[in-house]
Ligand binder design. Structure first.
Ligand code: SF4
Length: 104
């Protein structure tokens, strides 16, 4: 069973229960700015970086972000969603937690 299926089973939203396909489409929908993202096609492995990750992998992801034209939108999106993991808008999850704490 996938994570998406588990979340669907736990959902209390009746519209989710009625149409799994529609729910999955909503779950996987990308924000409009994502069409301009420099990381498109780079693969999630390059950006979803776990604990104790290799510094070179982290630096490579952030270097792609440095040349991205939608990094501001990307960072805003990631700051608004505490569940985002890995590098977004040139920041790590730890950096975003610190940014949220600084404005709280
Ligand atoms: S800022 Fe980085 S993570 Fe965000 S869309 Fe651009 S390349 Fe991708």
């Amino acid at each position: 069973m996938t994570d998406a299926e588990i979340v669907w089973m736990l959902s209390t939203d009746e519209s989710d229960q009625a149409d799994l396909g529609q729910w999955l489409a909503r779950l996987t929908r990308r924000p409009s700015w994502h069409t301009e993202a420099a990381c498109r096609g780079a693969g999630t492995d390059a950006f979803i970086i776990g604990r104790g990750c290799n510094a070179a992998v982290n630096a490579r992801a952030r270097a792609i972000c440095a040349g991205c034209t939608v990094s501001e939108q990307c960072l805003d999106y990631a700051l608004a969603d505490v569940d985002t993991m890995g590098v977004w808008g040139g920041t790590t999850g730890r950096q975003r937690r610190a940014m949220r704490a600084a404005v709280a």
